[in-house]
Design a protein around this ligand. Structure first.
Ligand SMILES: CC(C)(COP(=O)(O)OP(=O)(O)OC[C@H]1O[C@@H](n2cnc3c(N)ncnc32)[C@H](O)[C@@H]1OP(=O)(O)O)[C@@H](O)C(=O)NCCC(=O)NCCS
Length: 427
C-alpha cells in the first residue's frame, strides 16, 4: 500500500471535539442506518471525549480512536488496560495510511498514559501489524428450554422450581437501600480474583432511583442480609442474530450461601423462558466452585472458550517492565506461600519488541535489569498475558523449548499458576 505524504498530528480530545468525534464515527461506521448505535457513539463522545485520540491532517480531523482505561486485578494487585475501540477514519481518507498512523499513535499514547496492556476486537490482519495477538474470550451459556418441555419424565418447570423457603428470599433490588450491600458483595466475590475489573473501594453516593419494577435486578436476602445479587437484561439483545440471547450483566453471591447462586439464576431463567426460550449468556468466572453451585441447582450450562480467527479479540503488552513491577507484590505472595522458593535467580522475559527482568532472592522479588546469565523466557504477548491472569498456567506450556531446569520451571509455575479467573473484562 502506498502511504501518501500528509501533515499528520495526533492529540487528545477536548470538550470542543464532541461534535467532530461524533461526526467521524457516524461517517466511518455509517451510523445513520443504526440510530441506537449513533446515539451511543454520541454519548461516548459526550462523556469520554478526553479518552479519544484525534488524528489531524493539516489541522483537519480525519480519524479518531477511543482508549478506555480499566484496572484489571491480578490477584491482589491490578494492572491498567487500555481498551481500544471506535477506531474510525473519514471514508474519503481511508486506505491512505491514516488508520495505520492512528493505531501507532494509540500504542504510544497508552504508554504515555501509564497503561500496562491493551485489548481490542477487530480484523486480525490489520491489528496484528501493531503488535496485537489473538486472545481467548470466555462466557457461560445457559440454554433456556420451554418450561413445558420434558427431560427424563420431568418438565423444566419442575426441574427449575424453587423450594418455597428460597423463593421468598428473592426480591427486587432496591437501589437506595441495597447499594452498599451490593457493593460489599461484589468486592468480596471478586476479592483477589485475577481478570476481574477492580471494584471501587467505596460504594459511592446513594442512588435516587426507586426499585426496579421489571425485577431484572434481584437479590437473595436471608436473615436480613443480602447474600446474592443478579442484574440481567431480558430484552432480546443481539435481536438480529440468528438465535437471540439474554444476558446476565452482574452477578455475585456469598460462597457461604451457595443456594443464592442457583435461586437467582432459576428466577432469571424462568423469566427468560416466559418471553422466548433461547439462551442466556453470562460472563461468570471460570471457577470450579461457582460451576458446582450452578450445577447443584439443576441448572445446566456450557463453559465456552472462544478461540477466534480472522476477526476477534486481541491483546498486547504495552509496558512490560511497568507491568512486572505492578504485579511483583502479588508474585512475592505466591512465592512466600510456596516457601521455600523452588529456585532463586534472575529471569528475563522477552516478548516481541519488549523485555524486562525479574529477580527472585530469599528476601523477595525485585524487577529491573538482569545480569547476562539470567534465564531467558521468550514468548508471545498473548501467552504471557494468559500466565499473568492465570487463564492458563505456565506449567501447561511444558518447557516450550526454553531449556529450563526442573527447579526453574517449578519457580515459573509457582509464579504463574492457572487461577479461577474472571471472564469478560479481557475478552
Ligand atoms: C479500519 C480503518 C480505521 C482503517 O483506516 P485506514 O486509514 O483505511 O487504514 P490504512 O490506510 O492505514 O490501512 C488500510 C488497512 O485497513 C484495513 N481495514 C479495512 N477495513 C477494516 C476494518 N473494518 N477493520 C480493521 N481493518 C480494516 C485493511 O486491512 C487495510 O489493510 P491492507 O493494507 O491489507 O489493505 C478505516 O478503514 C475505517 O474507519 N473503517 C470503518 C470503521 C471500522 O471498521 N473500524 C474498525 C473497527 S474494528
Amino acid at each position: 500500500m502506498d502511504i501518501a505524504v500528509h501533515d499528520l498530528k495526533t492529540r487528545n480530545g477536548c470538550l470542543g471535539d464532541v461534535d467532530t468525534i461524533a461526526d467521524i464515527l457516524n461517517a466511518a461506521f455509517q451510523l445513520e442506518k443504526r440510530p441506537e448505535k449513533q446515539a451511543s457513539a454520541r454519548r461516548l463522545a459526550n462523556h469520554h471525549f478526553s479518552e479519544f485520540l484525534l488524528l489531524e491532517d493539516a489541522g483537519v480531523t480525519v480519524g479518531v480512536a477511543h482508549i478506555a482505561p480499566q484496572w484489571l486485578q491480578v490477584g491482589r494487585e491490578a494492572i491498567l488496560k487500555g481498551d481500544v475501540g471506535h477506531v474510525g477514519v473519514r471514508p474519503d481518507r481511508q486506505g491512505t495510511g491514516h488508520g495505520t498512523r492512528l493505531l501507532e499513535a494509540c500504542i504510544s499514547t497508552m504508554h504515555a498514559r501509564g497503561m500496562h496492556m491493551s485489548r481490542l476486537g477487530g480484523l486480525m490482519r490489520f491489528y496484528r501489524r501493531f503488535g496485537y495477538e489473538p486472545f481467548p474470550r470466555r462466557l457461560i451459556r445457559i440454554p433456556v428450554e420451554p418450561m413445558a418441555a420434558v427431560l427424563k419424565g420431568r418438565t423444566w418447570a419442575e426441574i427449575l422450581a424453587l423450594p418455597p423457603e428460597q423463593a421468598q428470599r428473592v426480591r427486587p433490588y432496591h437501589p437506595a437501600r441495597d447499594y452498599r450491600a451490593k457493593h460489599a458483595l461484589l468486592v468480596a466475590f471478586n476479592d483477589g480474583r485475577s481478570g476481574a475489573a477492580r471494584t471501587p473501594d467505596a460504594p459511592g453516593d446513594a442512588p435516587t432511583a426507586g426499585p426496579d419494577d421489571e425485577g431484572l435486578e434481584i437479590v437473595y436476602e436471608q436473615d436480613g442480609v443480602i447474600r446474592g445479587y443478579l442484574r440481567g437484561a431480558l430484552a432480546l439483545v443481539h435481536a438480529r442474530a440468528p438465535t437471540p440471547t439474554y444476558c446476565v450483566n452482574t452477578f455475585a453471591y456469598d460462597p457461604q450461601t451457595p443456594e443464592a447462586c442457583g435461586a437467582l439464576l432459576k428466577i432469571f431463567i424462568r423469566r427468560a423462558a416466559s418471553i422466548a426460550p433461547t439462551a442466556i449468556t453470562a460472563r461468570f468466572p471460570f471457577d470450579e466452585r461457582v460451576f458446582a453451585d450452578i450445577n447443584a441447582a439443576n441448572i445446566r450450562f456450557e463453559a465456552v472458550e472462544l478461540r477466534q480467527g480472522a476477526d476477534g479479540n486481541m491483546v498486547q503488552v504495552i509496558n512490560l517492565p511497568a507491568l512486572l513491577e505492578a504485579i511483583s507484590p502479588e508474585l512475592e505472595h505466591r512465592i512466600a506461600d510456596a516457601a521455600p522458593a523452588p529456585w532463586t535467580g534472575h529471569v528475563r522475559f522477552v516478548l516481541p519488541g519488549q523485555e524486562a527482568g525479574l529477580s527472585v532472592s530469599p528476601g523477595g522479588i525485585s524487577t529491573g535489569a538482569t545480569p547476562e546469565n539470567a534465564v531467558t523466557v521468550k514468548t508471545g504477548h498473548s501467552t504471557f498475558l494468559k500466565w499473568v491472569f492465570g487463564i492458563s498456567g505456565f506449567a501447561e506450556f511444558a518447557d516450550a523449548g526454553l531449556g529450563l531446569t526442573p527447579p526453574q520451571h517449578q519457580l515459573l509455575a509457582t509464579l504463574f499458576p492457572r487461577r479461577p479467573c474472571a471472564s469478560g473484562v479481557w475478552g
